[in-house]
Design a protein around this ligand. Sequence first.
Ligand SMILES: [Zn+2]
Length: 109
Amino acid sequence: MARVVDTGMTNFGHYRSLVRHLRKHVELDYPISIRRTRLPDGLDGDATLANGRFVVRINRELTENSAIDTVIHEISHCVVLESHQGHGPAWGMAYSRVYQEYLVWLDGI
Ligand SMILES: [Zn+2]
């Protein structure tokens, strides 16, 4: 997998830049809230749909590169969440779509 160069800086600038890019370019059926927060050990992130809003939570203990991997994964869930749970073919297609936007973003930094 292509990796953002890890500068060792902890301001998550690449992460925040990618989140902005994905918000702008990945079409979703509902507004989305994405936040880094405290989550149980071993849970990197999750995605839910409640009250007409997607909520993506990213474990704040993750490194920036892991947070980037996880936000791509969880936004892919949001793309198909109304009709598909889990990591089947529909999610895989969504992941491919989101990953393409990740590559577009990567090309521009
Ligand atoms: Zn998943």
